[in-house]
Design a protein around this ligand. Structure first.
Ligand code: MOS
Length: 745
């Protein structure tokens, strides 16, 4: 390995994704790809009504179809011990109040599983699924948020408190004000990898699952709760995930069905959802209607903001997200009120989707900021600078770090903001109308708990183990970079093992926490390894001792690929091979738990997205010319994967702004465009050049690396940047996503 391949402080030669080759050559194993002998295959049959009861089920011909081993329905389903406990709707979804699959004849949403076919091949299971006949007692369903707003209620659990700072509805008395409503439809995660699980019982009370999850520990917990097993008897494995965007943040009923089915037939069972079932059974970003009222003084100082959001949940669970929270701290505004309401509908429960509520909330807030800037005849960046929150106005304390102003500045320069005109419809290129827009994003910089085990061998090879997994951002690469820098080891000397409950417990991959959480644990393991090495090196009889340097500390040493040397006299050195041999050690091994400390600071990442686009006035076609995404995410630990992460977020934001919408036929309570031909996501041709710029300044308080999360801020603020650019191009303010051509002509 060449030295210049090292991660260095200048970060001008960052390492590539350590599992990149495995992924592009197909050797990375995803949930459904594990080689498990004697597999049988499951396929779920879904209900064709959105609310009511199953009157009768005819499964005879399915049972007699070729290759079918069993058909499980609510009539014959094995008892799930965890289902017998009472319902507690106040518990958050991850704590487990899931739909109880095959529990009774009640139908709560369209395509709710009513039968599991188990056959000796996928095709035979699929064929038999078509033979199941169900009769229903239909009841009137409600799937339309807009016509059910009268049912809006205050959440009973998290986010039940309204937020009030200063005077209520102070915006009303401001000289310049806007009051607008913003709409976000249901958006579906649609990762490339389908929901998949292989479940295998290794004994009457012992199970192994390979499943698509963003957290093996949390999946193990859900299985423990449902099947009442000893957690030590549950193994969950999920090293690689083919995208998830949040849909893997909980255990879904299909996973419980697969485990139940494997138990019933006494064989390992593979269940892969059909793409259509990905639209109905594994969550989505909820439909949300928001009202933002905002007032400012004539010189552009915010007087008051009132932000209300009403989102849908299911009838059987309460899902909430931080839709209005961004408004509580983003700007230095004395009077802020936020309210959050839920409408239960006959649909599957929503789940977090990248930048969860913040992305929805930022669409409203950052569109409104643009609208008010326009009323004030102020440049939208200037308007934001005049209302920049130098400290956190919500919690009344300083930020751990905030470099948002630098993001505004470098992004504006890169996109060519100086060419933007204050009035819309002023810049043309032939027939095309050219527009510039920007939007701000933020997300909490969280650090949770992780345990990492490190094992350093005499040949300088380092093994790191943690149960955390990777849905794409490059967790193993990040861990490699942190260890490589800490230990002075070349990246290829470091091996990462992750994604299994057999390994020391790590966090879920969600909420942009993993670099902070697991990176810190890797850092702490390496720091202690170095101390132990220093202690070995100071022992009587060692080279250092003989060179009259007893009591060397880790700080006194240069750590490199296969040896340590004294900083003040590098000729005094010892190889790991000699050091370990002298101490009769086969390897150095240690395990450490690491977690953040409570700090008197507010910790957030910030981003600003800039967009230059063109709109054709005759067709309403929107073509994005250029995206510049700027992030203040503290130290950028792994520059290459971090930039990829930002690009992915921008692509997600483009989909959210211009294409994605689950269309529901409310007569039947079912989606119309439940496939990737009709539900549009951006393709390569939709994506312009995307420049990613990082402030890359260490946060002194978040963690030893000084990093802050990146996954969510890559998307939060992108959709309003596009909507604002569309306004600047056309003079048309589109407040209902997605901004499709029909809305512009
Ligand atoms: Mo993300 S919504 O934290 O997977």
């Amino acid at each position: 390995m060449e030295k210049d391949f090292f991660f260095d402080k200048k970060q001008n030669n960052p390492i590539s994704r350590v599992d990149g080759r495995a992924k592009v050559t197909g050797t990375a194993t995803y949930a459904a790809e594990h080689k498990v002998p004697n597999l049988v295959y499951g396929f779920l049959v879904g209900s064709t009504i959105a609310k009511g009861r199953i009157k009768s089920l005819d499964t005879k011909s399915a049972e007699q179809a070729p290759g079918v081993l069993a058909v499980i329905t609510h009539v014959n389903a094995p008892k799930i011990p965890g289902y017998q406990t009472g319902k507690d709707p106040s518990k958050p979804p991850t704590a487990g109040q899931p739909l109880r699959i095959f529990y009774n004849n009640e139908i709560l949403y369209y395509d709710q599983p009513i039968a599991l076919i188990i056959a000796d091949s996928y095709e035979r299971a699929l064929f038999a699924a078509k033979l199941v006949k169900a009769q229903y007692e239909k009841e009137a369903h409600q799937t339309n948020l807009k016509t059910n707003l009268s049912k809006a209620r205050i959440p009973s659990g998290p986010r039940k408190e309204d937020y009030n700072r200063g005077e209520a509805d102070a915006y009303k008395n401001a000289p310049v004000k806007i009051e607008q409503e913003y709409y976000h439809p249901v958006e579906v995660h649609n990762p490339m990898e389908l929901g998949s699980i292989i479940a295998r019982w290794d004994g009457p009370d012992k199970v192994t699952v390979y499943t698509k999850t963003q957290g093996v520990e949390s999946t193990r917990n859900s299985i423990k709760d449902a099947f009442k097993l000893n957690p030590e008897n549950i193994t969950v494995q999920a090293e690689h995930i083919g995208g998830a965007f949040g849909m893997g943040l909980r255990t879904w009923p299909y996973e419980i069905a697969a485990i139940m089915g494997a138990q019933k037939v006494g064989k390992p069972l593979k269940l892969v959802l059909h793409r259509e079932q990905m639209f109905t059974n594994v969550g989505y970003r909820p439909e949300t209607i928001q009202k933002v009222s905002m007032g400012a003084t004539a010189d552009g100082k915010l007087v008051g903001i009132t932000h209300e959001a009403t989102a849908n949940t299911s009838t059987y669970e309460e899902f909430t997200e931080a839709t209005v929270n961004i408004t509580q701290f983003m700007y230095a505004c004395p009077n802020v009120a936020t309210r959050y309401r839920l409408v239960p509908l006959n649909v599957c429960t929503p789940i977090w989707m990248r930048g969860p509520g913040e992305a929805t909330g930022a669409f409203a807030l950052e569109s409104a900021m643009d609208e008010l800037a326009h009323e004030l005849k102020l440049d939208p960046i200037e308007f934001r600078l005049r209302n920049h929150s130098d400290t956190d106005p919500e919690h009344n304390r300083p930020w751990s770090s905030k470099h948002l102003k630098e993001c505004y500045q470098m992004g504006a320069e890169k996109i060519g903001w100086k060419d933007r005109q204050l009035q819309p419809k002023m810049v043309k290129d032939g027939d095309w109308l050219i527009g510039y827009g920007m939007g701000t994003g933020s997300f909490g910089a969280m650090r949770w708990v992780a345990t990492v085990k490190g094992k350093l061998q005499p040949d300088g090879k380092l093994l790191l183990q943690c149960s955390v997994n990777d849905m794409g951002p490059g967790t193993a690469t990040m861990m490699t970079v942190v260890a490589s820098e800490a230990m002075g080891l070349a990246p290829d000397k470091i091996t990462i093992q992750m994604g299994s409950t057999k390994l020391p417990p790590g966090p879920m991959q969600g909420g942009s926490n993993v670099t902070s959480t697991v990176g810190s644990a890797v850092h702490d393991v390496c720091a202690e390894l170095k101390q132990q090495i220093a202690a070995l090196a100071s022992k009587t009889g060692s080279v250092f001792h003989k060179a009259k340097n007893p009591d060397v500390k880790a700080e006194d040493l240069i750590f490199s690929d296969n040896s340590i040397a004294l900083k003040k006299n590098p000729s005094v050195k010892v190889s790991y091979i000699d050091l370990f041999r002298q101490n009769n050690l086969p390897a150095l091994e240690l395990t450490k738990e690491s977690k953040g400390q409570e700090q008197p600071y507010s910790m957030y990442s910030f981003s600003v997205h800039f967009v230059k686009l063109r709109v054709h006035p005759a067709t309403g076609r929107i073509k994005i010319d250029h995206v510049v995404s700027c992030a203040d995410a503290g130290t950028i630990v792994s520059p290459k994967t971090a930039a990829s992460q930002m690009i992915g977020g921008a692509v997600g934001g483009i989909g959210m702004a211009l294409m994605e919408e689950l269309v529901v036929d409310h007569r039947f309570g079912r989606p119309i465009n439940n496939n990737l031909a009709d539900y549009h996501v951006p393709v390569n041709a939709d994506i312009p050049p995307i420049d990613v710029l990082f402030v890359n300044k260490k946060d002194p308080f978040t963690n030893p690396m000084g990093s802050k999360g990146l996954g969510e801020i890559a998307l939060v603020g992108m959709a309003p940047a596009i909507a604002n650019a569309v306004f600047n191009a056309t003079g048309k303010r589109i407040r209902s996503l997605p901004i499709t051509p029909d809305k512009l002509i």
